[in-house]
Design a protein. Structure first.
Length: 367
């Protein structure tokens, strides 16, 4: 901790200096951690040759056992890192065949270059110039010469990298689950499953849930309110409002209302009910593939869907695949319906097109 706080005192007191003086102060800090120019463990402006005619020069390279172990890119203390600096640091790391590198500017950042991909290195640890900063103290321990082991640092960076990738994956899944297109259906499905498990009737539950609109606020908290807006009928020659919000609900009988995705499913299911002898090919002609943003169209046979699912597991969340949502035709052909519809953003054109398409056989209500 003492080393880190002293480094903070030295580097944070030199805000308005240039890179040359700043580098001199950084070298002094590295000496505190045991790196020595005279012993060849700290070298400045090392020339790295690229081909016959080109070369690059890292600001500092640390060495141990006569081998390079860490390139350091230095910018003035007011500089905020950008992709340009990341690419520069990456060129040093890859030329030295190292998976770790250090950036020092308005803070200190430890980068890890995953050897299994070609993307830019990822910042896995950032230390602000503040006393007792936990990341700073951790960096000091890692960068102390006597206890510095490249394999240990790479292993630690690899773990941090995996945590970042895992967190990003979770964030993407949460964003998708809580997206405007999916939130209403997803949360209602969770609520429905809970109360079905408690013995409530599914049809009554769906009817009650249709009276609620669910949305996510920017702080990620979920809110809901009872829908008391008046029901309006959409005339056959009316242009659908492209500015209608995602929370709008639709019906073909003026009684049962659904969010955009469940509404499409309801329409297809109702059409099959109204035309009990229809075949899959005939149903596909009624709901042609171009109506959907998905490359697999509005509907698919269950058998075709499950074959694709073997190599595309992500497909499961793009169709109504639960047992109670599969539509069975008279000839026992099972059909699944595309679920990723929206009434805002770039995908609203598909739902608007779907609404206009079904005008020829259903009257549509919106509230």
């Amino acid at each position: 901790m003492n080393n880190w706080n002293e480094i903070v005192d030295i580097l944070s007191s030199n805000i308005d200096i240039g890179e040359v003086i700043y580098q001199r102060e950084i070298v002094a800090c590295l000496r505190m951690l045991g790196w020595r120019s005279k012993e060849g463990t700290l070298k400045e402006q090392v020339t790295l040759h690229i081909g016959n005619n080109n070369s690059i020069r890292p600001d500092i390279v640390l060495y141990k056992d006569n081998q390079p172990v860490l390139p350091i890119e230095i910018k003035r203390p007011t500089n905020i890192s950008s992709s340009k600096e990341e690419k520069q640091l990456m060129s040093y790391m890859r030329q030295l065949k190292l998976n770790v590198g250090l950036y020092i500017g308005n803070n200190i950042q430890l980068y890890y270059d995953n050897p299994s991909d070609i993307d830019l290195p990822v910042c896995v640890l950032k230390a602000e110039f503040k006393e007792n900063d936990n990341n700073g103290i951790y960096l000091c321990k890692m960068l102390t010469y006597d206890t510095f082991y490249l394999n240990d640092i790479e292993e630690n960076c690899k773990k941090l990298y995996k945590n970042i990738i895992s967190q990003n994956c979770l964030q993407n899944k949460l964003n998708d689950f809580l997206s405007i297109e999916n939130i209403d259906n997803n949360i209602k499905e969770l609520i429905k499953n809970k109360f079905i498990a408690e013995g409530f009737d599914e049809e009554i539950l769906e009817s009650e849930l249709n009276n609620f609109l669910i949305e996510v606020k920017s702080n990620k908290t979920i809110s809901y309110h009872l829908n008391t807006e008046p029901v309006t009928s959409i005339k056959h020659n009316q242009n659908y409002n492209n500015n209608s919000k995602e929370k709008s609900q639709f019906s073909i009988d003026g009684v049962n209302y659904f969010g955009v995705g469940p509404f499409v499913h309801h329409v297809v299911k109702q059409y099959v009910t109204d035309h009990p002898n229809i075949t899959y090919e005939e149903l596909k002609n009624v709901f042609p593939p171009h109506l959907s943003q998905g490359k697999n169209g509005v509907i698919m046979t269950l058998s075709s869907f499950e074959k694709l699912l073997l190599n595309q597991p992500d497909l499961e969340r793009r169709f109504f695949y639960k047992k109670d949502r599969i539509i069975l035709l008279k000839d026992n052909t099972a059909v699944v319906v595309f679920s990723q519809w929206g009434n805002s953003g770039y995908i609203k054109q598909y739902f608007q097109g779907f609404l206009k398409h079904i005008e020829s056989f259903y009257k549509v209500y919106q509230r």
